[in-house]
Design a protein around this ligand. Structure first.
Ligand code: SAM
Length: 300
């Protein structure tokens, strides 16, 4: 809503401050951990005012439509939906991604994967545009960030979930001009990529499922996030292994790959990558200083 639209919209007698208080008290009474912060996020989303501007909106009256929006978000959150799904969008690097329970909530540790991607691409002197693929793209967080942040790239987003790809497609429309750098493909890992692109990728990135079926996860995750995005199988590394086994057929001889995984998986996966024949194997830490991402190159 633009400031002009706000001027024209009839206001109720309810101030945003009162709505903020209502949300805070409701969330606190149900033992949510940070009720004040969540109440502020809900006000920001429903009012359209972010950051310091959301402080100035507190003494303004909300419109009927805004109150409806506010109540809908609060209701979803009180029913137990993760905050990100209740809000309907979440920030990832420079993007404000549309999200719902068809896709994994993009995590802060995955933002580091994009930093690693920058480093690998800048050290890559293949012809341009650089071909990049984001395998298991979900909301499109990683691949769309690369398309937005890197100049000379052509990015494929793949996922075997049609539902997830609908979300990625919605997010692609928010990319403006950079959307022309992106192709969305449905299928398992490399299977939907045209054969002509074998041995052509400057960069392969993936944040595949890496949870084992017997691993304990918080209720909010198990109850709401898509299981196909979380669980890989009995061991947890099944999808990572499939990807690294096939990736070298798709990598340009000067290309590189970066895969996110659980900290406890990095050592075994690095060893496996070495056995397959990858070189320049490195393990990178996430924002919490935990081993999180393996990068490597392929030496034929
Ligand atoms: C951990 S989520 C990551 C989503 C997104 N890349 C992110 O980082 O937020 C894993 C994604 O892989 C997809 N996936 C699972 N198995 C797949 C397969 N065999 N082929 C392609 N994608 C798959 C899931 O649908 C899900 O979107």
């Amino acid at each position: 809503m633009t400031p002009e639209d706000r001027e024209r919209t009839p206001r109720e007698e309810v101030l945003w401050r009162q709505l903020y208080q209502e949300a805070k008290e409701n969330l606190a009474s149900r033992d949510f951990e940070v009720p004040d912060m969540e109440a502020r996020w809900i006000v920001e989303k429903a009012s359209g005012y972010q950051g310091t501007k959301s402080t100035s909106v507190m003494d303004e009256k909300a419109s009927t439509l805004e109150i409806k929006h506010f109540k809908a978000i609060l209701e979803k959150r009180l029913a137990g939906q993760p905050l990100q799904y209740a809000l309907g969008s979440w920030g990832f690097r420079n993007l404000d991604l549309y999200i719902d329970n068809r896709v994994l909530i993009p995590r802060p540790e995955t933002e580091v994967l994009v930093d690693i991607a920058h480093g690998l691409l800048s050290g890559c002197d293949t012809e341009t545009p650089h071909l990049v693929v984001d395998l298991g793209t979900g909301s499109g967080a990683v691949g769309l960030s690369i398309a937005q942040e890197c100049e000379d790239v052509q990015v494929f987003l793949t996922d075997n979930s049609q539902d997830a790809l609908k979300v990625a497609a919605a997010n692609l429309t928010g990319l403006g001009n950079d959307a022309r750098k992106v192709n969305i493909l449905h299928g398992s890992w490399f299977e939907p990529i045209p054969q002509e692109h074998r041995k052509s990728f400057s960069l392969i990135v993936a944040n595949p499922p890496y949870i084992s079926t017997d691993e304990h996860l918080p209720r909010e995750v198990v109850d709401w996030e898509p299981h196909a995005a979380l669980y890989a199988g009995k061991v947890g590394t099944e999808d990572i292994e499939k990807i690294i086994t096939e990736a070298h057929h798709w990598l340009h001889p000067k290309g590189a790959m970066a895969i996110e995984m659980a900290p406890r998986q990095t050592e075994a996966i690095a060893q496996k990558a070495k056995e397959i024949g990858y070189s320049n194997i490195e393990i990178h830490k996430d924002l919490a200083k935990k081993d999180r991402i393996m990068s490597c190159r392929w030496k034929p």
